[in-house]
Ligand binder design. Structure first.
Ligand code: UD1
Length: 381
């Protein structure tokens, strides 16, 4: 007899925004789901982890593997090694993984080999770009999963093309948007965050408004030439629109090693340490536009109706482009500058809210998980 029914797994920042509404839905009395939460420790800094747990009201994890940072192979291997004895001890009926980070694939692989069922939330998203570590994590996690919960209809065709049985796929909507709907009322007013800027930067914001910038993908920050070109374009943009830039730790390291700090220092860019979710949400809501290479922010800006300019060559979230406010521009300087200018002068795409991005995706997941567990119980009775 399993000691718990569902073991929920998180590891990195974008996982926290997905697990929060799922835990809330599991905690509803009608869900009757006996679960525990495991954190692999992939993200461990106060700014990358603790503030998210607190702000998103995620209960403290029952288990923390504390793996920390390392190369992809070492990080994935360490998670697998430490996850196995936990599974042996708890022997859950199901593990639930979210998103596409190394923690997602590592835990799914261990569970699948032990014959424990895997549920994957945000299944079927594809950028078709195998240079992205996340794309490899997505494809493999979906192949190992027994329950596949999707955020947009295109995901189901992607999965079926890869031979996955349609009976295992359920279109539930987007849990990250559940999280956004729940937290919008608590978002930190942007003025509070912008007050961290110097007086002359704040004066420009008062006149011109501001844009939000995030950048952390290896394809953008690891090569000093690409990073330098991007930062130079962004510095140019900041003359017309002051930017606020919460800097991811890996980006900070790369800027320092490449000697690019002066490019930022000479621009109208307010660099901040990584911010909590409620601060980012307040900034996203009030920004004139957002420049990003994040996956989640493409979706959140679509839900908020704020123009998003994605500094990547592709997206695994095509609905944000076809229905939402997202424009993909890559790292080509002319295209970035032209798109920003279009948004500033013509307001940019207004977009629509995609189907089922309605704040209820996690409840649909909890209902499906409960039925699946009831069926297993009935079979074993
Ligand atoms: C991971 C995810 C990525 C996600 C991103 C969000 C994978 C393959 N990538 O990338 O999909 O968009 O999280 O943030 O899982 N670091 C710290 N403190 C921390 C965590 C990381 O300083 O708490 C630094 C370390 O130097 C580390 C580097 O950031 O080596 C990268 O961290 P890692 O978890 O490997 O990948 P991310 O780039 O954060």
């Amino acid at each position: 007899m399993p000691s718990i029914e569902v073991l929920c797994v998180v590891g990195a920042r974008p996982n926290f925004t997905k697990i929060a509404p799922i835990i809330r839905a599991f905690q509803r009395p009608e869900s009757r789901i006996n679960y525990q939460l495991l954190h692999t420790g992939q993200h461990y800094d106060e700014a990358m982890k603790a503030s998210f747990f607190e702000q998103l009201k995620i209960p403290q994890p029952d288990i923390d593997l504390e793996v920390g940072s390392a190369s992809h192979a070492v990080q994935t291997a360490q998670i697998m090694q430490q996850f196995e004895p936990v599974l042996d001890r708890l022997s859950p009926r199901l593990i639930l993984v979210v998103g596409d980070v190394n923690s997602t694939i590592a835990c799914a692989l261990v569970a699948a080999k032990k014959g424990i069922a895997v549920a994957h939330v945000e299944a079927g998203l594809r950028s078709f770009d195998r240079d992205m570590p996340e794309e490899i994590n997505r494809v493999l996690t979906d192949q190992l999963s027994n329950l596949l919960y999707t955020t947009e209809r295109q995901a189901e065709s992607n999965l079926q093309r890869e031979g996955i049985n349609g009976d295992h796929i359920v279109f539930v909507g987007n849990v990250m948007i559940d999280n956004l709907c729940f937290n919008l009322q608590y978002a930190t007013p942007s003025e509070q965050t912008l007050a961290k800027g110097e007086a002359d930067w704040r004066a420009k914001v008062a006149e011109q408004g501001f844009g939000l910038l995030t950048l952390h993908r290896p394809s953008n920050v690891d090569d000093p030439v690409i990073l330098g070109r991007l930062l130079t374009s962004l510095a140019d943009i900041s003359r017309d629109l002051p930017l606020v830039f919460p800097v991811h730790p890996r980006t900070q390291q790369k800027i320092e090693t490449a000697g690019l700090a002066p490019v930022l220092a000479d621009a109208n860019i307010l660099c901040l340490p990584p911010l909590g979710y409620l601060e980012i949400l307040g900034l996203m809501r009030d920004a004139k536009l957002v420049l990003t290479d994040s996956g989640g922010i493409q979706e959140e800006t679509t839900a908020l109706g704020v123009p998003c300019i994605t500094l990547r060559e592709n997206t695994e979230r095509p609905i944000t482009v076809t229905h939402g406010t997202n424009t993909i521009v890559g790292t080509d300087t002319d295209l970035i500058l032209k798109t920003v200018s279009d948004v500033l002068h013509n307001k940019g795409k207004s977009g629509q809210i995609p189907e089922y991005w309605d704040g209820c995706a996690a409840e649909r997941i909890a209902d499906r998980v409960r039925s699946w567990l009831d069926q297993r119980l009935a079979e074993s009775a």
